[in-house]
Design a protein around this ligand. Structure first.
Ligand code: ATP
Length: 516
């Protein structure tokens, strides 16, 4: 296991604030707990994550289409989905200092045992038995836990009455179910197929914490993948390559024994042992796990966690999380449930529409089965990618983000502002900005400018100097290795395309030019 560069979440929060990645929202008024703003560098990285996710799972596939629904929907959606009745966390108050505490987190933090699955009664008993006091004031007695609904409510329309209450969506998934029939018909989709959506979700978390890990407004990127209920094990995409794919996993059985260690195994083995129940679920777990690795997340820092029976959500036939090794422990960054036919059955019952699907093969109407619901929190992915890329070297700091995620692909840096170097650099910027995300910087020493590019994860720095004015060559510097080569401006665009796509290394260009 490699030594982590990041020691604490507050270190990463300071780094993000100083470098324009993320700021506390409305900080000029003291901030608002659980709300964060992305700065100039942060929003570039965030957009890059979104774009890659959409490209990978929508544009590159024939069987997935996207939608962009509203964040406020008809309240019946949330009644049918079970959110109005079941989307709750156990809330506890301190009788002395009035701090509000999430019951399961209190148990997890003080007793170091998993508590996601504990009932209100079990939490009450543990607090009494172990004499747990308020974590804030240390001495306060605690109230018994009670169910607290996480949905933000609002009013729709000019008249406020019982019928005007609406909710900000706590997940993007339900809008997909509500639009299922319209999408299926208009896009002429045949089972198996998926509907993807990304966008804001809101949860009035009892105690937002760990920087952007648990916030009250965040973004999700989700897919509902529908299959015929008799064909959940009939995944034509399940190749031997996927079956042999290695992953780290902590199973439900291991956790039930109180063991917190994961093992390494293969997707095929998990299917054989029926730990993953269907081929389609296994296929999507593989897809999402691989997505992180392909974006350079370190293998040792991610793992799957199987949900224990008692912690399964009301809709789930089986759930796995992808967890990341944060400075505050292994935590969920992605959740993937097998939702069965729960949601469409519910909306079919509560709504006025027939949401069944006509299966031509059997000549029957069926309710499609959601074999997998890959649910990716964008902000948690962002945090994990940043922590993973955060690298302290002997004499410098560098954010080693994958080229697809880097906020700047090419930094254009005139050595000095004088003698035409600045103008030459500006001309180059104007050409390269058409194809690359570019930064023009002529302020401060060249060394300091290289450091600044490294700190925000900028990929290549181009320096325009006196030689450029003589022979039209520039220096290209690689963020990860700090290697530099000289290259003719005429070959620069082509070289950058190859470098960014990782078709070539900088040294290979050096050899071609004979100047490496
Ligand atoms: P947790 O157990 O950590 O509260 P969850 O199981 O409720 O999370 P899901 O409902 O499965 O989360 O949501 C899917 C994804 O949405 C999560 O894996 C996470 O990445 C993201 N997510 C959920 N809640 C939050 C939050 N409060 N802040 C940021 N991201 C969140």
């Amino acid at each position: 296991m490699t030594e982590k560069s990041v020691k604490s979440i507050s270190e990463i929060a300071s780094f993000c604030k100083e470098n324009g990645l993320i700021y506390p929202n409305s900080s000029i008024y003291g901030g608002l707990a659980g709300f964060w703003d992305y700065g100039p560098v942060g929003c570039e990285i965030k957009n890059n994550i979104k774009n890659d996710w959409w490209k990978t799972f929508v544009h590159k596939r024939e069987d997935v289409v996207g939608i962009d629904g509203t964040t406020i929907t008809h309240p019946s959606v949330w009644k049918a989905s079970g959110h109005i009745d079941c989307f709750t966390d156990p809330l506890i108050d301190c009788k002395k200092c009035n701090t509000r505490i999430r019951g399961d987190h209190l148990i997890e933090d003080t007793l170091k045992i998993p508590a996601d699955n504990l009932s209100l009664k079990e939490i009450t008993e543990l607090i009494k038995k172990k004499n747990i006091k308020c974590p804030n004031c240390k001495t306060g007695e605690l109230t018994n836990p009670r169910n607290y609904n996480l949905m933000f409510s609002t009013e729709v329309g000019a008249i406020k009455d019982d019928n005007s209450t609406a909710y900000l969506r706590p997940e993007t998934a339900q809008v997909i179910f509500a639009d299922f029939k319209l999408v299926q018909k208009s896009a002429r989709m045949q089972l198996p197929f998926g509907i993807a959506q990304m966008g804001k979700a809101y949860r009035n978390e009892i105690s937002p914490r760990d920087f952007i890990f648990r916030s009250r407004e965040f973004e999700q990127m989700e897919i509902e993948y529908f299959v015929h209920p008799d064909k959940i094990n009939d995944c034509p995409n399940m190749t031997n390559e996927i079956k042999k794919f290695k992953i780290q996993i902590i199973t439900a059985q291991t956790q039930e024994k109180g063991d917190s260690n994961h093992i390494e195994t293969t997707i095929g083995d998990l299917l054989k042992k029926k730990i993953i129940k269907s081929e389609w679920h296994a296929y999507w777990l593989y897809q999402m796990y691989k997505w992180f690795l392909e974006l350079d997340m370190k293998y040792e820092n991610i793992r799957l966690r199987e949900h224990m029976k008692a912690e399964l959500s009301h809709y789930s036939e089986g759930t796995f999380d992808i967890e990341y090794r944060f400075p505050f422990g292994w935590k969920e960054i992605h959740g993937m449930a097998d939702r069965g036919c729960f949601d469409l059955t519910q909306h079919n019952k509560y709504s006025t529409e027939d949401l069944t699907y006509f299966d031509q093969e059997s000549n029957k109407k069926i309710i499609p089965y959601v074999a997998a619901e890959p649910s990716q929190g964008l902000d948690r992915a962002f945090l994990a990618f940043i922590i993973d890329a955060y690298t302290k070297e002997k004499d410098r700091f560098v954010l080693k983000l994958h080229p697809k995620l880097a906020p700047v692909q090419v930094a254009i840096l005139p050595l000095m502002k004088k003698d035409g170097m600045k103008e030459k650099a500006r001309d180059l910027f104007n050409i390269l900005k058409e194809d690359f995300t570019c930064l023009f910087d002529d302020k401060g020493s060249i060394g300091r400018r290289y450091s600044r590019v490294d700190e925000i994860g900028g990929l290549y720095s181009i320096t325009i100097d006196y030689d450029t004015l003589k022979d039209n060559t520039v220096t290209v510097r690689d963020r990860d290795t700090t290697e530099q080569i000289r290259i003719n401006i005429d070959q620069l665009e082509n070289a950058l395309h190859n470098l960014i796509k990782r078709k070539n290394k900088l040294t290979e260009f050096g050899k071609v030019m004979g100047k490496g």
